[in-house]
Write a protein that binds this ligand. Structure first.
Ligand code: GLA
Length: 392
């Protein structure tokens, strides 16, 4: 692990030498895929709704070389652990570990009828693990790209299809019931842009991030222990709301129609549905604001999104609320909200670049005092989605 600690950002040259030491020959390709933050549109993806995430400049990379057999040997530098498995015998590991994501991607690809070739690889990521920045989607897409580097039939595969296959790996193999957002933006993000995604049609459009601003990510360092069960419970409540209102998904209800019909729902289910339905509207308004260069409106919508996640959807936490309150008190911050599934993990603030130092100082001073925890702060820029290239 000492080596893992030495490498801070992903250092491709160090990964290449590590591969040579590990496997005794030269690697042939490098693949990589970013983590993400979601700017607005939380808990809308599995309701066929709208999201606006951005791929970040933290990623998972694989340096590798194809094998002549159907075996995968993948050394994960972050964990100082090597997974060694056959493409003909894909099973989840016991106990579950990081290698379930690569195994799952291989499983999903083969199940979809793709022929895979084995490879040796070294994997390393600087996406913080378990913080809600989609390190798992980044592993999935980076491994997907490694398979693409070894298999011409996969190299030209449509990116939307790639994201769906990675999501299938996570849903059906790893067993996490996530929506499409994380894999989608890891596959299709664009530098300098957020990605507006319609999670029903899977149409998408890059939206330029406003100049002179910064996305500041604050990791609350709080465990996300309730996240999985609460996530599944929220999904079930949304599905119940759609069923009771006779629509395929909550996406199909406008705030106006919902206001007329909400009395047909049990109180808690109505509260969850209200969040989703208004959040979809907020995403559309936020995209319009960003396109019009109206950062102030965008920030206000971020704030409203957080308040709704806290009060109606009830997936925030004392730590996330603390970050958001501290950030909102700093001059030059347009808006702040939790990002991702919630229950711990990260909050984000959109701030004027000139306000970043003041924001950092405020969080470092006030957050530990309020919560007893030490935060990590990352200033992130919008990055390109997954890619691979041959090494010469
Ligand atoms: C997690 C899931 C996503 C999405 C968010 C909530 O990140 O993986 O699919 O549902 O939570 O918006």
């Amino acid at each position: 692990m000492s080596e893992a600690r030495l490498i801070f950002a992903v250092d491709y040259a160090a990964l290449i030498s590590r591969f040579e030491r590990q496997f005794g020959h030269r690697p042939a390709f490098l693949s990589r895929a970013p983590g993400r933050v979601n700017l607005i549109g939380e808990h809308t993806d599995y309701n066929d709704g709208f999201v606006l995430p951005m791929a970040i400049d933290r990623e998972v990379a694989v340096v590798g070389a194809p094998r002549d057999d159907r075996r995968i040997r993948l050394y994960a530098l972050n964990f100082d652990d090597e997974a060694d498995f056959a493409l003909d015998q894909l099973q989840r590991s016991e106990p579950a570990d990081w290698s379930d994501y690569p195994r799952g991607v291989a499983w999903a690809l083969q199940e979809a009828g793709f022929d895979l070739a084995g490879f040796d690889g070294v994997l390393y990521g600087d996406v913080p693990i378990g913080s809600g920045l989609s390190s798992s989607a980044a592993i999935e897409m980076a491994v997907f790209m490694a398979f693409a580097a070894c298999q011409p039939a996969l190299a030209g595969l449509d990116r939307v299809r790639a994201a769906k296959l990675a999501q299938r790996a996570e849903n059906a193999f790893v067993g996490v019931n996530c929506g499409i957002m994380d894999q989608f933006v890891s596959a299709l993000g664009q530098a300098g842009h957020a990605l507006f995604i319609d999670c029903r049609s899977l149409d998408y459009a890059p939206v330029p991030m406003p100049g002179g601003t910064a996305v500041v990510v604050v990791d609350t360092a709080a465990p996300r222990s309730l996240a999985a069960s609460a996530y599944n419970e929220r999904r079930a409540q949304c599905e119940a709301a759609a069923r009771l209102l006779g629509v395929p998904a909550l996406r199909d209800l406008s705030p106006e129609i919902f206001a007329q019909r909400r009395a047909a729902l049990p109180a808690l289910v109505a509260q969850r549905a209200e969040h989703v339905i208004y959040e979809n509207r907020r995403v559309l308004d936020a995209v319009a604001a960003l396109r019009a260069g109206d950062v102030a409106t965008f920030g206000r919508l971020m704030n409203e999104s957080h308040d709704s996640l806290r009060d109606l959807y009830e997936v925030s936490s004392a730590e996330l609320d603390a970050v958001v309150e501290i950030a909102r008190g700093v001059s030059g911050v347009y808006g702040a909200r939790m990002t991702g599934a919630g229950f711990g993990g990260c909050a984000i603030a959109l701030a004027e670049q000139t306000a970043v130092d003041a924001l950092r100082d405020a969080v470092m001073r006030e957050y530990p005092a309020r919560t007893g925890r030490q935060p990590s702060i990352y200033v992130c820029t919008a990055n390109d989605g997954a890619s691979w290239r041959l090494l010469t």
